[in-house]
Ligand binder design. Structure first.
Ligand code: HPA
Length: 270
């Protein structure tokens, strides 16, 4: 099993710290089609993943692949423009390495965003969903392997994975901005196939409201690092079998259409 050592994290963190050399108040991972938020940061510095020692490369269309440090409304943030997915073939520890790096740079609050398919038939493409909790259906865990006590606990409590305090702030901001905000359970699957209609029915029976191919490993590592986590999904399509067949271009298109409100929501929360 490929693992990441504290020495590798330290080398990568030192490299990143030399470029993003100001204290950080928050981290944000920008999902499919949402990466434009990074362009709204002021005094920004961009660091491509490819330049960072030991860091995996993002290979997905629509995912840029760089850290962007800067200021959003006077709050210093470190953003990941494009993430690393398990379906790209990286081991879980590497999939969530960006979160560990953020922790090493002092990030204590993280916003995880993603594009997701609706499992809940009351949802509509273009909706935003606050992630209340998740189902880890990747049947993998980024904390499997050697345990380094300096990284946090071996057995991480997942009761309040998504911070109730941040959720209530998000609700308040959405209300003030008049942006409807759904809430629900996010099911994380490996992909890269979309689900079958039978799987979507199964997910509904299991209590999921939306499904996607990311976020879960990042939330787990963030909690081990002691971060406060907020998760927001853009519902880009109805799950398989509910409406028409799915295509990645539709996911990107809906995310693109809704990026204005999404950015306003995240900036308000920040
Ligand atoms: N399924 C899984 N991942 C997704 C979907 C979906 O329907 N839409 C966007 N990401």
């Amino acid at each position: 099993m490929v693992q990441i050592s504290p020495q590798e994290i330290e080398a990568a963190a030192n490299f990143l710290r030399a470029k993003v050399n100001f204290p950080l108040q928050a981290g944000i991972i920008l999902g499919s089609g949402l990466s434009a938020l990074a362009e709204r940061a002021e005094k920004s510095v961009a660091v491509p993943y490819g330049s960072i020692p030991h860091f995996p490369q993002s290979t997905v269309e629509g995912h840029t692949g760089r850290f962007v440090g800067g200021f959003i409304e006077d709050t210093s943030v470190l953003m990941m423009q494009g993430r690393v997915h398990f379906y790209e073939g990286y081991p879980m520890a590497q999939v969530a390495m960006g979160v560990r790096l953020m922790a090493a740079l002092g990030v204590r609050t993280i916003i995880l965003t993603n594009a997701a398919g609706a499992v809940n038939t009351a949802f509509t493409p273009g909706d935003f969903m606050l992630i209340q909790d998740h189902l880890n259906l990747m049947f993998q865990n980024p904390l499997i392997g050697r345990h380094y006590p300096e990284w946090g606990e071996r057995f991480v409590d997942q009761t309040d994975t998504y911070s109730p305090v941040l959720m209530s702030r998000a609700r308040g901001v959405a209300k003030a901005l008049n942006i409807p905000l759904r809430e629900g359970v996010y099911a994380g699957l490996t992909g890269p196939t979309y689900e079958t209609p039978a799987e979507i029915r199964m997910l509904r029976a299991l209590g999921a409201d939306a499904c996607g191919m990311s976020t879960v490993p990042e939330a787990i590592v963030a909690r081990q690092c002691g971060m406060r986590v907020l998760g927001i999904s853009i519902i880009t399509n109805m799950g398989a079998g509910i409406a028409s067949p799915l295509h990645h271009s539709e996911v990107v298109e809906i995310a693109e259409k809704r990026k204005g409100d999404f950015q306003n929501l995240v900036m308000g929360i920040i």
